[in-house]
Design a protein around this ligand. Structure first.
Ligand code: GLY
Ligand code: MN
Length: 386
């Protein structure tokens, strides 16, 4: 049954969430927990499909309760009609009391809590309301499950990628000399939303000229002129993030930037080729880092090679030098994004999203990155793209 204005929870979501809950139940069984209190909104979405903030989930295998407040009452109607969870309406800022009542009525005596997510204050409140002895700190139980994506998640990330790539094509078609970084950011974000994205997966980064050497640049009023243009952007679709970076030469790539472009591209392709189950994340990072080191730019590659991608833009696992005991597994979706950054000259980063498969990996993104394709001509002679 559907609520006016709201679709029922889809059969695909119900099936996926049930399978995820089954896996969680196996992990919890080893810890003798009667239930887990999930406070991280992304994890609640992962296990139920419900996207409301400020809510809690008490879950034990197939049995679960979403504990929320009046702001989400109507929104939660499809969940009331689904087999995924009971819905308990509580009072904002007093949800711990509702958790306590639910646990008492359901016979929950050992309740796991998400130590990696709770603030010290929230943890103390839970201890006061539920009794310290009934709480068991757990760490990243759901985060570890989320590392391996299921078919629904992969399909959703692919939709986000398709949207971000189409949006970039459209935005670059409206690029003009003198347009500001923020104007291009706005066009790109508009085009993603116009295609169904609920938002960018992080603040869209458009860095013109030498500013491209600032790794986590914040786009601003500077104008886009001939030369380097680094764009790091992504879309959120049905909660899932995509993430890519391309470095362009507007009119031309400055000679030094072209030199580092070729090194970064080689390093990125070699790292992607090396991705397969059983390799550690540190080994994959080292493939790119060795090539960049050998070219003399090791000091200018000041970040890890990439990160897991899913409901969060950055999530476990991470490609970096510390990840010597983190092993790639089928179903992981990772970014591969080496970069070289030369202050005063410019930076190059090239970022794609890859799915680890049973015997290697599949690159999910396919926006051109050949050096020839990286040189673009503004489609519009001059002036902002209004
Ligand atoms: N693309 C943004 C980041 O990975 O930090
Ligand atoms: Mn990234």
């Amino acid at each position: 049954m559907s609520t006016p204005g709201h679709e029922p929870v889809s059969a695909a979501t119900i099936a996926a969430c049930s399978a995820r809950r089954h896996r969680l139940g196996e992990v919890m069984a080893g810890r003798q927990l009667d239930a887990l209190l999930v406070s991280n909104a992304k994890d609640i979405r992962y296990l139920t499909g419900f996207i409301g903030d400020d809510s809690l989930l008490v879950v034990s295998g197939d049995v679960a309760a979403i504990i929320s407040d009046a702001r989400y009452d109507e929104f939660l109607e499809p969940w009331r009609q689904s087999p995924l969870a009971e819905v308990v309406m509580g009072t904002r800022h007093r949800l711990e009391q509702s958790v306590q009542q639910y646990c008492r009525r359901s016979g929950v005596k050992r309740l796991g809590v998400q130590a990696e997510h709770l603030t010290v204050t929230k943890r103390a409140t839970l201890g006061e309301v539920l009794g310290e002895s009934s709480l068991v700190d757990t760490e990243v139980l759901i985060g570890r499950l989320r590392m391996r994506k299921d078919d629904l998640e992969i399909e959703t990330i692919q939709r986000a990628i398709a949207i971000q790539q189409e949006a970039l094509d459209e935005a670059l078609g409206r690029l003009s000399m003198g347009m500001t970084e923020l104007e291009l950011t706005a066009v790109l974000e508009y085009e993603m939303k116009a295609r169904g994205a609920t938002g960018p997966s992080f603040p869209t980064m458009v860095a013109a000229g030498a500013r491209s050497s600032i790794i986590h640049y914040v786009s601003g009023p500077p104008e886009i002129q001939e030369g380097t243009l680094l764009i790091d952007w992504g879309a959120v679709v049905d909660g899932y993030c995509s993430d890519m970076t391309r470095t362009f030469g507007v009119g031309r790539l400055p000679q030094k930037v072209r030199e580092i472009y070729l090194i970064v591209l080689d390093a990125q392709r070699a790292a992607i080729d090396a991705c397969r189950p059983g390799k550690t994340c540190a080994e994959i990072d080292a493939v790119a880092r060795r090539l960049i080191d050998a070219a003399g730019y090791g000091e200018q590659f000041g970040h890890g090679l990439g990160h897991g991608l899913g409901l969060d833009i950055h999530e476990d696992p991470y490609f970096n030098q510390l990840a010597t005991d983190v092993v790639l597994e089928p179903g992981m979706v990772m970014t591969v994004e080496p970069g070289i950054y030369v202050p005063g000259v410019g930076g190059v980063r090239i970022e794609d999203d890859v799915l680890i498969t049973d015997d290697g990996c599949r690159v999910l993104t396919d926006y051109p990155k050949d050096p020839a394709a990286s040189v673009i001509e503004p489609a519009v002679a001059s002036g902002p793209a209004r």
